[in-house]
Write a protein that binds this ligand. Sequence first.
Ligand code: GLY
Length: 329
Amino acid sequence: MKRRQFIRFGAAVSALSIVKPSQASQIMAKSYEGNAGGAIILSTWNHGLAANEAAWAELQKGGSATDAVEKGVMVTEADLSNRSVGVGGRPDRDGHVTLDACIMSGDSRCGAVAFLEGIAHPISVARAVMDRTQHVMLVGEGAHKFALEQGFATAKMPIPEVKKDYEKWRKENKDLFKKPDINHENHDTIGMIAMDAKGQFAGACTTSGWAYKMHGRVGDSPIIGAGLFVDNEVGAATATGLGEAIVRIAGSHTVVELMRHGYTPLAACKEACMRIVRKHKDLTGLQCGFIAIDKDGNYGAYSIYAGFNFALRHNEGAALIDAQFDRNW
Ligand code: GLY
């Protein structure tokens, strides 16, 4: 959907919001008017609210967008009650918590780690890959060795309550090749994108991935272009949901490229979701969502099913907003 069509669509959405004023559409309607190029931060899910506050504080004290997104998602990585990100994350089917993360700045610098065990803040290791090596991605043992060499804190995972859940799951799931359930409890991720007051973008994405996944499985979150993509010329996008589906369409890069060609953030997120829908015969449990910001400060979010929300922070305050969705596919 191009910008002009989108404005018409926006008017319809605003009308709907009169009926249900608590819904996101009313707040989303603001995006049609733009945000005057001021600083803005968007994160996936309600854990994004606390993360956004830390990121916003970083911007307020003069930190870069990259500093802000790293500091922001570290809050979620450290939250022991969070079962899909960081230290409190669920393990794979062999009992290992393996963490994936990436970070990208708008000048195309990026770093990532995947299949990383025993390190408290994978996002900071990803940042160190970006800042201190000539590489983009380190995985597994190599990433772990690098993290230790660089002095990053270790953490024992799974934490006891997660281990207990896992042991129960193992007892109840003898067929380890059965497709594990995907739901909001086990498959969230924090993806955060930010634009600072000077129009510089950055993004970060970090997850423990699909709960009870096969050992060695890596999803979209640490893959630049899938879980996250940032380009100062255009804007930024990040993803949450079933990583396999997001990787197949290079989801976040797709969103940014659509914005490059005139799509609004919402329209770009929707087209990425529809591309996933078109490529899958069985959509059972196939939840994916995208959030995006363009260089004018417009933002948008769309998910295949209902239930995905995102946290917004800008000069006027903070909000938790339901993403748009449309079951007519
Ligand atoms: N989107 C997170 C994952 O699939 O691992």
